[in-house]
Design a protein. Structure first.
Length: 276
């Protein structure tokens, strides 16, 4: 299933609202899905992800002044929001009636802890926390351990250790809430496939699997995320690239991509549940 990508992310009339633009993109994408036909979850992920090829990269789109509010942006992505929106849309287009209101509901459900928006700390800021929560919801499954991943643990405190990068943490209540989130994360066992072991395991990684690059950076779990895609018989990465400034498929293989990242320690692999 290949999505039609003949749309513009940037052309707009001065009278267009952001909501209108988002809805135009949403419904254009929805027209490419036949909800009467059973399509594997990985294929849905790839079809949605490929639809956004060429979409501009933009960091910090979820960080807004004022109280936490749901941000809807299908025009530009960072690596996390690209993966997240792809999962949301693949989940939404699997069955049932499709509407923009349902998209907002699904985005809230997947973006926030236990599906409830309740302030800044309820957003799943850390990717491994996002994956943990969405596995509990039955949407994703972390398959890293089953692929030969090794357990890894580390102190998670990057956000509260760098409050100057997160203005919402100027509020002491929010800071304490976020610190509690980090402490809970530290008690979990995570698994990742070390870079050196990837070649042996990559044959078991399927197109449409989510890939999260674990890091040696202090206080942080994951620095980048994308979607597994095969180019010929080789595994590549479909992702929102800050270096290229857009969503693209990596020119190098996943193995080469990881080898060139000195702070990357390995990769977590997750698969969308077929029942999602």
């Amino acid at each position: 299933m290949e999505a039609d990508r003949n749309y513009s992310l940037t052309e707009r009339s001065p009278l267009m609202t952001e909501s209108f633009l988002e809805q135009e993109i949403f419904y254009a994408l929805g027209r490419n899905f036949d909800r009467g036909k059973a399509v594997a979850a990985g294929e849905r992920i790839l079809a949605v992800g490929r639809y956004f090829l060429g979409a501009p990269y933009a960091a910090g789109t979820l960080e807004k002044d004022g109280p936490e509010a749901l941000v809807v942006n299908l025009r530009q992505f960072d690596c996390f929001t690209f993966v997240e929106n792809t999962v949301v849309l693949a989940y939404l287009f699997s069955s049932g009636p499709v509407s923009f209101a349902r998209y907002r509901e699904a985005l809230t459900y997947i973006r926030y802890r236990s599906g409830r928006q309740d302030g800044y700390a309820s957003r799943l800021h850390y990717f491994s926390d996002w994956l943990f929560d969405n596995q509990r919801k039955g949407i994703m499954k972390d398959i890293s351990a089953g692929l030969g991943g090794q357990p890894f643990s580390k102190k998670i405190n990057f956000m509260t250790g760098h409050p100057d990068q997160y203005p919402a943490l100027n509020d002491r209540t929010v800071y304490r809430q976020m610190r509690a989130v980090e402490r809970r994360m530290q008690r979990r066992v995570r698994y990742c496939i070390p870079k050196a072991a990837l070649r042996k395991m990559e044959g078991r990684i399927a197109g449409g699997d989510l890939l999260a690059m674990t890091t040696r950076i202090d206080g942080l779990d994951v620095t980048h995320a994308g979607i597994a895609v095969h180019v010929g018989k080789q595994l590549h990465l479909l992702h929102a690239s800050s270096l290229a400034g857009c969503v693209l498929v990596s020119t190098e293989t996943l193995e080469s991509y990881l080898a060139g990242n000195k702070t990357c320690s390995g990769v977590m692999v997750a698969r969308m549940a077929e029942s999602a």
